[in-house]
Design a protein around this ligand. Structure first.
Ligand code: 13P
Length: 252
């Protein structure tokens, strides 16, 4: 399976940034042996879709409502993201869990809405630092998976330790391997064969200098990149550090 290198722009980016970042990605993506995805703010989805038309770079949103159209001021329906050109959506990011009080049940409802609208969800899980120090990382992540993934889940999981997001700190490779193997075991136990094929991304301070080591860890199927995805050269350097596999050779 090809690695997925996804960029989460968070609340960053104007039209000028879009042109600067997207043009080099679009030009390079076809030669890469991994899949590229960018998730800019919703305001930039439609222009990004126009700029990326005909390239191998996919587009995603950063959140969606669990509800369909209606009287929900300020909300974005999954179908609206799809209409603007998105085919993916990040859900349950730790910033939304912390700043918007999103529970596992709320994330699960959003996953169902996303899938119904034709979006592939990227569901984020990850422990706080105190939980890791307490030896609870795997238990926390397993609980989040059980609560956030609905039956029939067909997407990607991103393991993002909260303490590694935007801090420049990353877990050791052995810790990443342990958590990713636990996530794989949980996915297989719940979804059988389908769970074997689901990509599990690592996220949290992925940079060009640490990408090769993190992306070589067993069961790491790509990266969810924050800050470094706002620089086209850094983002492409991370993509080039991923194991490279041709489309034809990607298997199941
Ligand atoms: P950073 O790469 O900036 O640490 O952000 C990670 C992240 O939150 C991606 O969703």
């Amino acid at each position: 399976m090809r690695s997925l290198i996804a960029g989460n722009w968070k609340m960053n980016g104007r039209m000028a940034d879009l042109r600067r970042i997207v043009a080099p990605l679009g030009a390079a993506a076809g030669q890469l042996g991994c899949d590229l995805l960018i998730c800019p703010p919703a305001t930039l989805l439609a222009p990004a879709a126009r700029l990326l038309d005909g390239t191998a770079v996919a587009l995603g949103g950063q959140d969606c409502s669990a509800l369909a159209d209606g009287a929900h001021t300020g909300e974005l329906a999954a179908g609206m993201l799809h209409d603007a050109g998105a085919r993916w959506v990040i859900l349950g990011h730790s910033e939304r869990r912390a700043n918007h009080g999103e529970s596992d049940a709320a994330v699960r409802a959003k996953v169902l809405a996303a899938q119904a609208a034709g979006l592939a969800p990227i569901v984020c899980v990850g422990e706080h630092e105190a939980q890791r120090l307490d030896g609870q990382a795997v238990a926390v992540v397993s609980g989040q998976l059980a609560g956030s993934l609905p039956d029939g889940f067909a997407g990607v999981v991103a393991y993002e330790p909260v303490w590694a997001v935007g801090t420049g700190r990353t877990p050791g490779e052995a810790d990443v391997a342990q958590t990713h193997m636990a996530i794989r075991a949980a996915l297989v136990a719940r979804f059988g064969t389908a769970g074997r094929g689901m990509r599990i991304l690592y996220g949290g301070s992925v940079k060009p200098c640490n990408a090769a080591a993190l992306l070589a860890v067993p069961e790491v199927g790509g990266a969810l990149v924050g800050g470094a995805s706002l620089d086209a050269e850094d983002f492409l350097a991370i993509a080039r550090a991923a194991p490279q596999l041709s489309k034809a050779g990607q298997g199941g």
